[in-house]
Design a protein around this ligand. Structure first.
Ligand SMILES: C[S@@+](CC[C@H](N)C(=O)[O-])C[C@H]1O[C@@H](n2cnc3c(N)ncnc32)[C@H](O)[C@@H]1O
Length: 236
């Protein structure tokens, strides 16, 4: 996804939070879930083909597929319309998708009838220990507060087998971007930017090693103009 904005920064210009600076405030998952339910169709129309214009992301996923293929199931966490998992599945990876939003899951199922999808919250995964060979979470931690990352990463570590891979993508920064409208639908979404160093040390504490970070600039005219981090790690 990206805040709004994979394609048109004009349509999707983010609105900095006012009053009390851009500091994250505590949120439950409900506003996020309901917001994505409302925009699921438009999100799919606008974002589901985005990898066509993102060569860096395709190469990143191709490397992950080389490592993960034949090793078990990889979860596309916060899958949205499922295009990231689709890309991996087409490269021979066994994929399951998970998302908080039933609307998003309906879109993912419609587009990818050969892939299984499960409703779930990354902060409390409805999954047994050690069942996955890897997790890819593209722009999925973007609604988690910094102090929610340890809980989510502990869950990622719990459900990933030893040697399994984790791959994250997110917007780099310290601010929070709020949207109350998206594609003409009312939403209540805080997009929380993260620093790669903080994400890396939270992963390390949660039980991952060999944390590597790559950064890239946004693709002009395709993406919201934030710098992006692509983080890989291996389960201890
Ligand atoms: C910005 S979209 C990214 C979707 C897709 N991965 C992509 O790259 O376009 C964020 C997705 O994460 C899901 N999500 C947000 N919070 C979540 C949580 N706590 N657990 C699981 N999914 C969550 C949202 O419903 C939404 O589909």
């Amino acid at each position: 996804m990206e805040f709004d904005a994979h394609r048109s920064t004009a349509v999707c210009e983010p609105v900095p939070m006012s009053g009390g600076a851009n500091r994250p405030r505590a949120r439950s998952g409900r506003p996020t879930r309901e917001s994505y339910d409302r925009v699921a169709l438009e999100y799919t129309r606008n974002v589901a083909d985005e990898l066509d214009g993102k060569p860096f992301d395709r190469a990143f996923l191709e490397r992950l597929a080389l490592d993960a293929r034949g090793r078990g199931i990889v979860c596309d966490m916060g899958c949205g319309p499922g295009h990231v998992g689709r890309y991996l599945a087409d490269l021979g990876v066994r994929v399951v998708g998970m998302d908080l939003s039933t609307g998003m899951l309906a879109e993912a199922r419609r587009r990818n009838p050969d892939i299984g999808y499960v409703l779930g919250d990354m902060r409390a995964l409805p999954v047994d220990d050690g069942v996955w060979a890897g997790i890819v979470a593209f722009y999925a931690i973007v609604h988690l507060l910094p102090d929610e990352l340890p809980q989510a990463f502990a869950e990622f570590a719990r459900v990933t087998r030893t040697g399994g891979r984790l791959a994250l993508a997110f917007h780099i920064g310290d601010e929070v971007v709020h949207r109350d409208e998206w594609w003409d639908h009312p939403v209540d979404l805080d997009f929380i930017l993260h620093q790669p160093s903080a994400v890396g040390s939270a992963l390390d504490s949660a039980g991952f090693h060999d944390v590597t970070v790559a950064e890239r600039d946004p693709y002009p005219d395709v993406e919201y103009p934030s710098r992006r981090a692509y983080v890989e790690a291996v389960r201890d």
